[in-house]
Design a protein around this ligand. Structure first.
Ligand SMILES: Cc1cc2nc3c(=O)[nH]c(=O)nc-3n(C[C@H](O)[C@H](O)[C@H](O)COP(=O)(O)OP(=O)(O)OC[C@H]3O[C@@H](n4cnc5c(N)ncnc54)[C@H](O)[C@@H]3O)c2cc1C
Length: 399
């Protein structure tokens, strides 16, 4: 595979660097590079700068506001953004529901929803999982019963990431009766979070943060016109969305930046008999992670190439999901090794945006344990890694 950039690609890379240098607000990139939390305002501000430039929707078709970039340009963009400390795109609108809307929605739905996603005016969350339907998602119970030109929705969605910030939620609901086969009973509907009957309750995670929620629907009336595509075909659309979601979870560029930073930190961490970078066991773990990451990068490039021809990413997105999360978690462990016992104290205040106190140990140690524990989620969300292995067995290997 030839990965040398052409003259045009080098010019594009220079243009991207200059844009990021001039337009990415420093107070935002500082937070991203330090691993401190970014706010909704930070994401909206950056997304609007990108929309103004026409660079917000990297993977969308050009007719809806996408960039029309080649796979190599997308690769350059992702790498430069990670290096510069640009915040990740919050995926629920831009990378998840938008592809479903522009692929399966009608013209009115495209015009109504896509511009607000592009400009980050409306935030979305994902209503798939339920208390008793995660891996076995098709057994979901949230019901949508037809009443004239409305559906009446009842049920509970759970693990809803950033649901407390969302204006809209895209949901999988059961529209068929008890005799309908699970996969043919599911529809894909868009629901305004301000609709009467919706309550959002927090799930507080181990680190004391609110990232996920439960969302309860109590006789919520949703116009039938908010259904995407045909009734009972929601499972097909949901699966397409999941391939987009899983491709995005790999975060190769982000892991590359973290790994480079880690190498430098290891030279500064002492084992008492030299630097950690000289320790053969550490070197071996580091090299393992680096080799895995490089292999993953090529797989990601192949997937980007497929997406650029207008196709949805196929079941190979499951490979990206597994390997991307495994590498990221291996890097988390290496950060813990570098921090040593300084990773142990948990000072919650130091993660607040206005924290001005002293860190216990080096600044970089403070985030190592919270990041390690928080990122255990990555092998669960978007469909657990065990489920991805099942998909690869069936859809890729034909077993
Ligand atoms: C931090 C976080 C954020 C999330 N955000 C969202 C969100 O925004 N929206 C949303 O809809 N969902 C979200 N999820 C839900 C996520 O998609 C589910 O947690 C996931 O699909 C697993 O489902 P479950 O939790 O019900 O676990 P279960 O399905 O009960 O699985 C439990 C364990 O059994 C294993 N297992 C289950 N079935 C099989 C099988 N057939 N073969 C082999 N192993 C199996 C699983 O791998 C897992 O290890 C989020 C989850 C987390 C942790």
């Amino acid at each position: 595979m030839n990965i040398d950039f052409s003259a045009e690609e080098k010019a594009f890379e220079a243009e991207v660097r200059q844009f990021l240098e001039e337009q990415l607000p420093q107070e935002i990139s500082r937070k991203v590079l330090a691993g401190t939390p970014t706010s909704k305002d930070d994401h909206v501000r950056w997304q609007k700068i990108l929309a103004e430039k026409g660079w917000a929707a990297v993977n969308w078709p050009v007719e809806y506001g996408g960039t029309g970039w080649t796979p190599t340009q997308k690769y350059i963009w992702a790498n430069e953004c990670a290096k510069a400390g640009a915040p990740d795109v919050v995926p629920f609108g831009m990378k998840m529901v938008a592809p479903v809307i522009y692929t399966y929605g009608n013209e009115e739905q495209k015009q109504r929803f896509l511009p607000d996603i592009l400009n980050s005016n409306v935030w979305w969350c994902q209503g798939y999982s339920e208390p008793n339907a995660g891996s076995d998602l098709a057994s979901l119970k949230t019901s949508a019963v037809r009443d004239g030109d409305h559906y009446v929705i009842n049920g509970t969605k759970t693990w809803t990431t950033l649901g407390h910030y969302a204006d809209w939620i895209f949901c999988l609901v059961r529209t068929g009766d008890a005799n309908t086969k699970n996969q043919e009973a599911i529809s894909f509907v868009l629901v305004d979070m301000d609709d009467p009957g919706i309550t959002v309750s927090p799930i507080i995670t181990l680190d004391g943060h609110r990232e996920v929620n439960e969302i309860h629907f109590d006789n919520v009336r949703v116009p039938v016109e908010n259904r995407i595509g045909e009734e009972g075909k929601g499972w097909t659309y949901a699966k397409v969305l999941l391939t987009h979601e899983r491709t995005g979870i790999a975060r190769v560029a982000h892991s590359k930046v973290r790994l480079e930073k880690l190498k430098k930190l290891a030279t500064e961490a002492s084992t008492g008999m030299g630097s950690l970078a000289e320790d053969s066991r550490f070197q071996s773990k580091l090299l393992d992670a680096e080799i895995e990451l490089q292999a993953l990068e090529f797989t990601e490039l192949r997937t980007l190439a497929a997406v650029s021809t207008g196709k949805a990413p196929g079941p190979e997105s499951s490979i990206l999901k597994i390997k991307g999360t495994e590498v990221a978690q291996a890097i988390d462990e290496l950060y813990m090794d570098v921090a040593g016992y300084y990773s142990l104290p948990f000072v919650k205040e130091q993660f607040l945006p206005d924290f001005e106190g002293e860190h216990v140990g080096p600044d970089t140690a403070a985030n190592s344990a919270p990041k390690y524990f928080n990122n255990r989620k990555a092998s669960i969300y978007g469909g657990s890694n065990e489920i991805q292995k099942n998909i690869i067995c069936k859809a890729v290997l034909g077993l």
